[in-house]
Ligand binder design. Structure first.
Ligand code: ADP
Length: 616
């Protein structure tokens, strides 16, 4: 491209829709545009600062890093200029001409339908720049990359269908964005308004922000102060600044630590809300790494184990040289040490919260539990502490009441030797599980595992307080040891009836047994002692893994009137075909309750035949 050669580019269809959405309905506070632009400038400045540490061969290498804003209240114009890293022509087209992440549009549309406030989430999607179209009809971006042989470019768009790019003379490195306000946005052409907004959202920016000649932000490394020197308001503002969150955090942890060669300060936060897609760690940010007040990484995932990567905030250490590469950071021993110390402090923090601020802890647990609990399978050093932090609903407490394993064992009757649990998709579903009947009747408490990850972590806890943990879905649980009622019932008639069940169901089940656990239901399906938990089996199938379906054991309740009737019929005519039909129907009813019925039509057809027989 030679100078004065203006090229026009069409936005992709998806981009047009996105722009329309942003401009007309996503944001409810137009002032956000300023926060987004300042935040982009800060990012660009951070990038150049980092690059300067290792590479002196750049444009304007000795210039002070800063952001300059100008407004003209008469002409209603605005500009923001930084001497950050700038953009190449390709970057211009790629970064601000397309949507960075696929799926963004669908997600934002859904959000709009649900009437959520867009700006609360917008920062997560890398479309912040477009918020300027709320306050103007047309935007001009002039930029030059920090590479010495770079050229300057001008990008202009009115946000509707297309943008243009042309080569320009630009002496200095960095980016300038300028535009004229729409009439509805004229208030932002006033200096006091701009100042107010910067104070509100960008006060903690690492770089000086000038409005005209006046520097309007205070640059402060809050984490370097003592905890009691920082006001709650300041801390919350700081949190909002680094996360772009709208709400105050759920809690914070202020640390200043020194041990065995690692020294660091940290100010950490737990957000109230989880990021979109909590479990996809690559897609959301965690903590920033500073070296002596200078940010060297804006998202340092190596500082925390995966299961704690919902934590936000800043870690600042003087042990790392400024000019280290990212690879060195990752491999450094100091980093490992800091990670270890952080992990242990964060767990203590959660433990304190669980002890002293239960409600808060449960809020945390509900929001971040699915990720946090995974720590049980990966962090063996802190495993015991993590186990203490688990919470469950249980069969003897009302829905929503959460108990720890300690609470549970504290309530156990002396003769109970095991801890029982039952997994299922929701409370209603587990409450209906026939395997729970015995426990309910005898007032034995059962933990409910209502979250999908629970079935992955429980098998890794074989016992707590010397008491084995057992799924009541399993065939081998030791219940009712004193009362051998079931044993006595194993008379000849029952035995041969069980034989008929086995003959009828054949390969469908591993075995048929007389049940000790059923009270109201006629039959139930349980898992063999070595088989995969059915909940786990379903999860694995959902994740597309091949699981050989393990056969279940059918348990029969001899006290149930249907079974009694079948018994009587069996005595009268052992080879009655109707008996077999009923047995298959009982088996499939149990499958139905477990959500595993293979054919509904067969099931209903057979039910009709049985009803016909009964109403004859
Ligand atoms: P996000 O900042 O969340 O990625 P934006 O839409 O605000 O999303 O910006 C898109 C991209 O455009 C940025 O990631 C960055 O690469 C580039 N960009 C925006 N503003 C600047 C700037 N002032 N200097 C350099 N690059 C910028």
């Amino acid at each position: 491209m030679s100078k004065n050669d203006v090229q026009t580019y069409e936005y992709k269809a998806e981009m047009k829709q996105l722009l329309h959405l942003i401009i007309h309905s996503l944001y409810t506070h137009p002032e956000i545009f300023l926060r987004e632009l300042v935040s982009n400038s800060s990012d660009a400045l951070n990038k150049i600062r980092y690059r300067q540490l290792t590479d002196q061969n750049i444009l304007d290498k000795d210039k002070e890093l800063e952001v300059k804003i100008t407004v003209d209240s008469k002409k209603k114009t605005f500009s923001i200029e930084d001497n950050g890293i700038g953009m190449t022509k390709e970057e211009l087209a790629e970064n601000i001409g397309t949507i960075a992440r696929s799926g963004t549009l669908e997600f934002l549309e859904k959000m709009k339908k649900e009437n959520k406030q867009g700006e609360k989430l917008i920062g997560q999607f890398g479309v912040g720049f477009y918020s300027v179209f709320m306050v103007t009809e047309q935007v001009m971006v002039e930029t030059r990359h920090a590479d010495k042989d770079s050229k300057g470019y001008r990008w202009v768009s009115s946000g509707e269908a297309s943008y243009t790019i042309e080569e320009i003379d630009k002496k200095n490195r960095g980016t300038k964005i300028s535009f004229t306000f729409k009439e509805t946005a004229n208030e932002f052409a006033e200096e006091f308004r701009v100042k107010q907004i910067i104070k509100k959202y960008s006060n903690f920016s690492d770089f000086p922000i000038f409005l005209g000649k006046e520097k309007i932000n205070t640059i402060e490394a809050l984490w370097r102060k003592r905890e009691n020197e920082v006001k709650a308001d300041e801390r919350n503002e700081f949190y909002k600044f680094i996360t772009n969150d709208y709400e105050d955090p759920l809690g914070y942890l202020h640390l200043s630590l020194e041990s065995a060669g690692a020294e660091f300060k940290a100010l950490l936060f737990i957000p109230v809300k989880a990021p979109f897609d909590l479990m996809r760690l690559q897609q959301h940010k965690t903590v920033q790494l500073y070296s002596n007040k200078i940010m060297i990484m804006d998202d340092c995932k190596d500082l925390l184990p995966e299961y704690l990567q919902f934590i936000r905030g800043v870690v600042d250490t003087s042990n790392l040289p400024l000019n280290v590469s990212r690879e060195t950071i990752q491999a450094s021993r100091i980093m490992g040490k800091i990670k270890e110390m952080l992990t242990s402090k964060i767990i203590q923090w959660l433990q304190r919260m669980a002890d002293k601020k239960q409600e808060k802890y449960l809020m945390f647990y509900k929001t971040f539990g699915p990720l946090f609990k995974m720590g049980l399978n990966s962090d063996f050093t802190n495993r015991q502490k993590l186990i203490e932090l688990l919470r469950f609903e249980t069969s003897t407490r009302k829905a929503g009441d959460m108990s720890s394993l300690k609470d549970y064992t504290g309530r156990m009757a002396e003769k109970q030797k095991e801890i029982y649990y039952l997994a299922g998709d929701n409370r209603e579903y587990v409450e209906r599980n026939p395997n729970l009947e015995y426990f309910k009747k005898n007032n034995v408490e059962v933990l409910f595992l209502l979250e999908p990850v629970d079935v992955f972590i429980m098998p890794s806890i074989p016992e707590y307080d010397k008491k084995p943990l057992k799924s009541i879905d399993k065939g081998d649980i030791e219940i009712n040891p004193e009362n051998d009622q079931a044993q006595q019932k194993e008379d000849n008639l029952s035995k041969s009836l069980m034989g008929l069940f086995k003959d009828t169901l054949k390969d469908k089940v591993e075995d048929v047994k007389i049940s000790k656990r059923l009270v109201n239901s006629a039959v139930t399906l349980v898992t063999g002692s070595n088989a995969v938990d059915p909940q786990m089996e379903r999860m694995m199938k959902m994740m597309g893994q091949d699981v050989p379906a393990s056969k279940r054991i059918m348990e029969v309740n001899l006290d149930h009137s249907v079974i009694k009737n079948l018994s009587r019929k069996y005595l009268a005519s052992p080879s009655d075909y109707f008996l077999k039909k009923c047995i298959v129907q009982l088996y499939e009813s149990a499958q139905l309750i477990d959500g595993e019925l293979p054919s509904r039509t067969e099931y209903v057809k057979r039910m009709m035949e049985i009803m016909e027989e009964a109403t004859k």
